[in-house]
Ligand binder design. Structure first.
Ligand code: NAP
Length: 279
């Protein structure tokens, strides 16, 4: 599995999402997350929002006896993003995850609380050893600029943003800004939340041809395309071990320039929109 630097650590380019796992078979999810860790997908992404704590508890079961093998990320919900509530929300996440620290803690998205307050809380959590690093999610360039001004260079561990073949909006401004400012991108919903490309469309045909040429699956090709920028990571969610193993194999795949050109043409970058696309 290829690794890249995230929050000062070498982290696998393909990690594991956990959104909506509270609605799936619990034993299957735990087994899938463990299969993912075995396959090198040691970056696990969760949030207090997911099943309002239920998913963090499920993740804790998967991490039993393996916490030290994993780069664990969670997120504070914007309603809890005041100075005191952020600290409390993090402590509650730690309790549910049955761990004494997070490797990464993100502001899930920006809402009402002033960023200065939330970042002060995040700095306090770092000082207390409860989180190793912090970052943001769903931040557009103006929010990123404001964040950088508040925390200073080298502090924002990542920006976690929507990124799949049919939603490449971050390529307009967010990726260039992040590249220029040394902020990695963690792309979420790489399979469009289970609505992966239309099976009978032209795009699927191109992915299929490339996949056959490399002896891999269309999803692995898609994930690899989303990793072509050296600051990028991706975190597909899978509740089934077979899916997880399929996704992990994308971490080794190498696409040619011609493959990238064909995928780029089959899933063209749409015009820039006023607001950053998010779920
Ligand atoms: P996704 O990863 O785009 O898609 C998940 C769906 O794809 C599930 O139905 C899964 O099936 C299926 N799948 C995964 N691998 C597969 C494979 N190899 N073959 C066939 N089907 C496969 O969806 P997502 O959950 O929206 O995004 C991933 C993660 O990003 C989330 O779980 C979450 O951690 C994060 N996220 C963050 C934000 C944010 O605001 N920061 C927003 C959305 C998501 P099974 O589950 O049945 O295996």
């Amino acid at each position: 599995m290829e690794t890249r630097t995230l929050a000062g650590r070498l982290v696998p380019v393909v990690g594991q999402g956990t959104w909506n796992m509270e609605g799936d078979d619990r034993a299957s999810c735990v087994a899938a997350l463990q299969a993912g860790i075995d396959a090198g997908m040691t970056h696990i992404d969760t949030a207090e929002l997911y099943g309002w704590g239920k998913v963090e508890e499920l993740v804790a079961d998967a991490l039993e006896g393996r916490r030290d093998q994993v780069f664990l990320a969670s997120k504070v919900h914007p309603k809890n993003a005041s100075r005191s509530k952020t600290v409390r929300a993090c402590e509650q996440s730690l309790q549910r995850l049955r761990t004494d620290h997070l490797d990464l803690y993100l502001i899930h998205w920006r809402q009402d609380h002033p960023l200065a307050e939330t970042f002060a809380a995040l700095e306090e959590l770092v000082q207390a050893g409860k989180i190793r690093a912090f970052g943001v999610s769903n931040f557009d360039v103006p929010d990123l600029r404001e964040s950088l001004k508040l925390v200073g260079p080298g502090k924002l561990a990542c920006n976690q943003v929507l990124y799949h073949l049919e939603q490449r909006g971050i390529e307009h401004a967010v990726i260039p800004w992040c590249r220029d400012n040394g902020v990695p991108i963690v792309g979420y919903s790489p399979f469009a939340v289970g609505r992966f490309v239309e099976a009978d469309g032209e795009g699927a045909q191109v992915l299929g041809e490339i996949a056959r040429a490399h002896g891999v699956t269309a999803r692995q090709v898609a994930l690899r395309f989303l990793l072509r920028d050296p600051i990028a990571f991706t975190i597909p969610k899978a509740s089934k071990a077979a899916h997880v193993r399929d996704n992990a194999a994308a971490g080794e795949l190498k696409l040619t320039e011609e493959d990238l050109r064909r995928i780029n043409a089959a899933f063209p970058l749409a015009r820039s929109t006023r607001n950053l696309p998010m779920l």
